[in-house]
Design a protein around this ligand. Structure first.
Ligand SMILES: C[S@@+](CC[C@H](N)C(=O)[O-])C[C@H]1O[C@@H](n2cnc3c(N)ncnc32)[C@H](O)[C@@H]1O
Length: 424
């Protein structure tokens, strides 16, 4: 395939994510032009689209003065080609003649973009001459206004900037070992982190040693913490609510727990089944709405990984900042509160419940937990430093975890609280 085909595919991925509000993974599955690429061409097209999505707010801000009309008024294909062209020029090591030339060629082979070819050419040539200095700008510029305001007002500007900075580079890949992190690290060329996650160099996941044998699964270092804090004994009954695709189910099962994994999404439960089959681990799968489903008898351990805005995983899924709207995010707290109340119903007095979400917003985390504690059926069991090696600095005043990025901490952001059922 030609260089122009790669640029066309990258722009198609951008159109599918930003204009049709699909995830990048979904766009890669559905784009026919991307589907025709192979090997390193696919990798390059994906890298261009990822770079554009990662710093979209900045790119748009720097493109604006080069345009004779506002970016939203430009046709969708030309808008996508402008953004992918600017990403190659300003964020990647692509030689300028290729970044401009192949992107303009891509417009010629794209019927809906053809008439905008001369405009695209003129803007990208100017973009090559008039390069912005992003190092002088706040990293917060990568996000849309509403999201920047939301993070700064709920976390403060320092934490918001740390989150934004963590989004500027490709995320690190972490594996969870089924039984032996050191052996997985040796087989994959990775390093074992203090908490047991294996940090590995990037590359095709299926090609890494031990994948087919089920020796490990992909899971962020911070995502291991909820199951570690629940700490089930071998043979103990555990309910994993909102379990699919099953990273935490696998971890609990590998620890010897008898896991009941509940989720209401059939396609995601199929992924959970595949993960269990590949790793040779066992769990009872229940396809149900966790708000209304109840076990035959209350249990002593529950993990609730509630649906959330996922704003703590933007470095892995940068498109989330642009395809979500403020109103989408506002609907989560009510769902999370109902799920936490349901989980409390399923728990024995004295039993332990770990609540987690992959977002730093207090409205989905500490505020949900504090409101549930105020009702009297739950109390906090604060996390202690020795339980979370490598994450000691992320323990909050209240004794929960908020795994914001920081020096030496390149993981996702989770809020995690460990709670105990009272006698009420
Ligand atoms: C954050 S994901 C879970 C990730 C999973 N725990 C893991 O470690 O791989 C949230 C899950 O909640 C499920 N979900 C959302 N609302 C639900 C409900 N009312 N009942 C059951 N599952 C629900 C979604 O289908 C989704 O799979």
């Amino acid at each position: 395939m030609s260089g122009a085909d790669i640029r066309r595919a990258a722009a198609d991925l951008l159109t599918l994510t930003l204009d049709s509000r699909r995830t990048l993974d979904d766009a890669m599955e559905t784009s026919q032009v991307f589907g025709r690429l192979e090997g390193s061409d696919r990798g390059f097209a994906r890298a261009i689209a990822s770079a554009a999505l990662r710093e979209l707010g900045r790119l748009d801000g720097a493109l604006a003065p080069l345009l004779s009309r506002p970016l939203p008024a430009v046709t969708a294909p030309i808008r996508a080609l402008l953004r992918t062209g600017a990403a190659q020029l300003w964020l990647m090591d692509t030689p300028p003649h290729a970044a401009v030339g192949e992107t303009v060629e891509a417009a010629k082979s794209w019927p809906e973009a053809r008439s905008g070819g001369a405009f695209l050419n003129a803007v990208l040539r100017r973009a090559d001459r008039e390069r912005p200095d992003f190092s002088q700008q706040s990293p917060l510029d990568i996000w849309p206004d509403w999201l920047r305001t939301c993070f700064v007002s709920s976390l403060g500007s320092e934490a918001a900037e740390a989150l934004a900075s963590s989004q500027l580079t490709e995320p690190v890949l972490y594996l969870t070992a089924k039984s032996d992190p050191a052996a997985v690290a040796a087989a994959t060329g990775g390093d074992v982190m203090p908490g047991g996650a294996v940090r590995v160099p990037g590359g095709a996941i299926e090609a890494k040693e031990g994948y087919a044998e089920g020796d490990w699964w992909v899971q962020d270092a911070a995502a291991m913490l909820p199951a570690q804090l629940l700490a089930p004994a071998a043979g103990e009954a555990v309910i994993d609510l909102c379990a699919a695709p099953g990273g935490k189910t696998l971890q609990l099962a590998a620890a010897g727990a008898h896991v009941t994994a509940v989720d209401r999404s059939a396609p995601r439960l199929r992924l959970l089944e595949e993960n269990l089959a590949r790793t040779g681990l066992e769990a009872r799968i229940v396809s149900a709405n966790a708000e209304t489903w109840r076990p035959d008898a209350p249990v002593s351990k529950i993990l609730l990984d509630a649906p959330c805005s996922a704003l703590g995983t933007l470095r892995r899924h940068p498109e989330g900042a642009h395809i979500r709207r403020e109103a989408d995010i506002a609907r989560f707290p009510a769902v999370q509160a109902r799920l936490l109340a349901a989980a409390t119903d399923m728990l024995q007095p004295g039993g332990t419940l770990v609540y987690c979400v992959c977002t730093p917003l207090p409205a989905e985390g500490s505020e949900i937990v504090d409101a549930a504690i105020a009702e009297g059926r739950l109390e906090r069991r604060p996390v202690e430093a020795h339980e979370v090696p490598g994450f000691e600095a992320t323990i909050t005043k209240a004794g929960d975890l908020l795994t914001l990025p920081g020096p030496g901490r390149d993981h996702d952001t989770f809020y995690i609280a460990r709670l105990q059922r009272t006698e009420l």
